[in-house]
Design a protein around this ligand. Structure first.
Ligand code: SF4
Length: 225
């Protein structure tokens, strides 16, 4: 059954907003931009509706790059096949901040307020990430109550997990009123939404949080950790 967390209480981190805007840690925005960021962070709190949806599903079988879940949903990814081979369950999730911020960004763009729109867009990205962090913490607590741990979280479109597998996530949502739709290209609307999965299992020390890159042969990956 899909569980819902609505009106999630999150705190927007200004440093992270700056990072989305391209500022390095050692370079602060000039005062006028800093004030604009503060204003749009305040405005964002009025616009967002952070909500999370997740379903815990048992893993039935892992065969190399195919992970078959209870009910027949299938995850296809070499990297996830390795990660989930140590798990007994997954949390399939969707987190969103609603349409408010991006409607406002579109309006600002139409009015020619490009800088303000760019700042609000960055605030939206940070807010969606924080909403997903909140969900991940709840899943971690659920796992801990069962003497288990969670893996890192993974989203379709990253590593070797094809973006078209968004359809698996949406199928797992089982027509719950998530307020997020999928385009034919498998992009989410509203854009400030995050989907994916988190593995749950009982691991040897430190295994769960270690990098998936050790399973991956992709050459020259810029994200290799
Ligand atoms: S090397 Fe790149 S593609 Fe492979 S697991 Fe690491 S981040 Fe993902």
């Amino acid at each position: 059954m899909v569980k819902t967390l609505r009106n999630v209480d999150i705190e927007i981190d200004k440093n992270e907003v700056c990072r989305y805007l391209g500022y390095r840690k050692d370079r602060a925005p000039r005062p006028s931009i800093s004030s604009l960021i503060d204003e749009e962070m305040d405005n964002a709190y009025e616009l967002i509706q952070p909500s999370c949806f997740y379903q815990l599903i048992d893993i039935e079988q892992v065969h190399q790059s195919r992970v078959i879940l209870e009910g027949g949903l299938t995850i296809t990814s070499e990297v996830l096949g390795q990660v989930l081979s140590h798990c007994h369950q997954v949390a399939i999730f969707l987190a969103t901040i609603g349409r408010g911020p991006e409607n406002r960004v579109a309006q600002l763009m139409a009015e020619g307020q490009i800088l303000r729109a760019t700042v609000l867009d960055a605030v939206g990205s940070e807010t969606a990430e924080k909403t997903t962090d909140y969900l991940q913490e709840r899943v971690s607590e659920l796992a801990a109550a069962d003497d288990a741990e969670i893996t890192l979280r993974y989203s379709p479109g990253y590593c070797d997990w094809d973006i078209t597998q968004q359809r698996v996530i949406f199928e797992a949502m089982n027509s719950a009123p998530v307020g997020v739709s999928l385009t034919e290209e498998c992009l989410m609307v509203p854009r400030k939404s995050v989907s994916g999965l988190i593995g749950i299992g009982r691991f040897d020390n430190g295994w769960a949080k270690s990098s998936p890159c050790r399973f991956c042969n992709r050459a020259n990956c810029p994200s290799r950790r």
